[in-house]
Design a protein around this ligand. Structure first.
Ligand code: PLP
Length: 371
């Protein structure tokens, strides 16, 4: 950087940041998108009409600053009060608030013995936004390697791996992404109970799983559960997520958020979604059935398919290296996700689409196996 470059105005932490890389949102309509774990089914018809009905002169007004009606409805759903819930502009915003509220920037530590106060701890691989948010806040990344089957190690093994029970903030993606592996409530509770700092269960994909751990957020004051309307509720476009936990922690997050962090149409859409849950519950079953069928078909073709409790599959392909598969499938009109990080570079992550989309994918895979 030359001394005259405008980049000199940018804080070093921002200049040096390896920003999060979102999955591609292609301009080409012909591509079938199986790369960002979006739901293949549209929102319920009544949700679409609720959004349409809200598009009128009211757009000139600010939305409810705390999304109060949505918090009230979610509180009924989860058996708590609205002050246990904070709504975010997607759960990504919630995660950013968590880091800012609970982890100290490293520069504010007085000595090495305080290191846990600045640690953001997470299993790796998991959601690749966690290290980015940590870096941006000037906190300390504390990744703990998952074993090859992506299971949560027992307490002894965790200690050997450097697990810090006093880390200021621990983020657990459950079910795990990108592996799809699910975790039981009891193993998550065992992990939570040992933790002295705040622990967040990021349940972005939990509606496709066998179990959820929401009750831990209501039982333990240092446990929070984050959820999103993006994946299971087909609302990526609207950006609505939330976190549930002790009112004093939720109150701290509320102090940090933007005044009107959740846009009005997003609030309308999420409220209408909660009035139409049976529509979505049918879709979860459909996605899980398709997931099972595609997993079997790919296994028969020699792919190693990891068990999944999400709306995607992590697969180790056969015949060609994973990055080559990624390129070959793109040429055939399918966008899947390939990550370059060493732990997962042998895998492809394939979101579950409609049955027709997945059938077309299987045909393309069969053809490429012969080339
Ligand atoms: C594990 C995990 N958490 C959170 C999110 C963020 O979801 P959103 O910001 O759309 O609510 C994602 C999105 O990919 C995710 O994979």
């Amino acid at each position: 950087m030359s001394i005259s470059s405008p980049a000199r105005f940018v804080r070093p932490v921002v200049r040096q940041l390896n920003a999060y890389v979102p999955g591609e949102q292609p301009k080409e309509k012909r591509l079938i998108k199986l790369n960002t774990n979006e739901n293949p089914y549209p929102p319920a018809p009544k949700v679409l009409s609720a959004i349409r009905d809200a598009v009128d002169g009211r757009l000139r007004l600010y939305p409810n600053p705390t999304a109060q009606p949505l918090r009230e409805k979610l509180a009924k759903l989860h058996g708590c009060t609205p002050d246990h819930i904070l709504i975010g502009n997607g759960s990504d915003e919630v995660l950013a608030l968590l880091v800012r509220a609970f982890a100290e920037p490293q520069a504010s530590l007085k000595n090495e013995s305080q290191v846990s106060k600045a640690r953001v701890q997470y299993f790796w691989p998991s959601y690749s936004l966690y290290p980015v948010l940590t870096d941006l806040h000037g906190a300390i990344r504390h990744p703990i390697a998952l074993p090859p089957d992506f299971s949560i190690p027992n307490a002894l093994a965790l200690r050997r791996l450097g697990w810090d029970t006093k880390a200021a903030l621990t983020l657990v993606t459950t079910p795990n992404a990108p592996s799809g592996r699910g975790y039981s409530m009891s193993e998550l509770e065992a992990l939570c109970i040992r933790q002295r700092g705040v622990i967040v269960l990021d349940e972005a994909y939990v509606d496709f799983a066998a179990e959820n751990a929401m009750e831990l957020a209501l039982r333990h004051p240092h446990v929070l559960v984050s959820r999103t309307f993006s994946k299971a509720y087909s609302l990526c476009f609207q950006r609505v997520g939330y976190v549930v936990g002790h009112p004093e922690l939720i109150g701290a997050l509320a102090k940090l958020k933007d005044s009107y962090n959740v846009n009005g149409l997003g609030q309308v859409a999420a409220l209408a979604t909660l009035d139409n849950l049976p529509y979505y519950q049918k879709n979860f079953l459909l996605v899980c059935a398709t997931r099972q069928r595609v997993a079997s078909a790919l296994s028969e073709m020699g792919f190693r398919v990891l068990p999944s409790q999400t709306n995607f599959l992590l697969v180790e392909p056969s015949g060609h290296p994973a990055d080559e598969w990624h390129a070959r499938l793109r040429k055939r009109g399918f966008l899947v996700r390939w990550f370059s990080s060493p732990e997962v570079r042998h895998y492809l992550r394939i979101s579950i689409g409609t049955d027709a989309e997945m059938d077309a994918l299987l045909v393309a895979v069969r053809r490429e196996m012969k080339n």
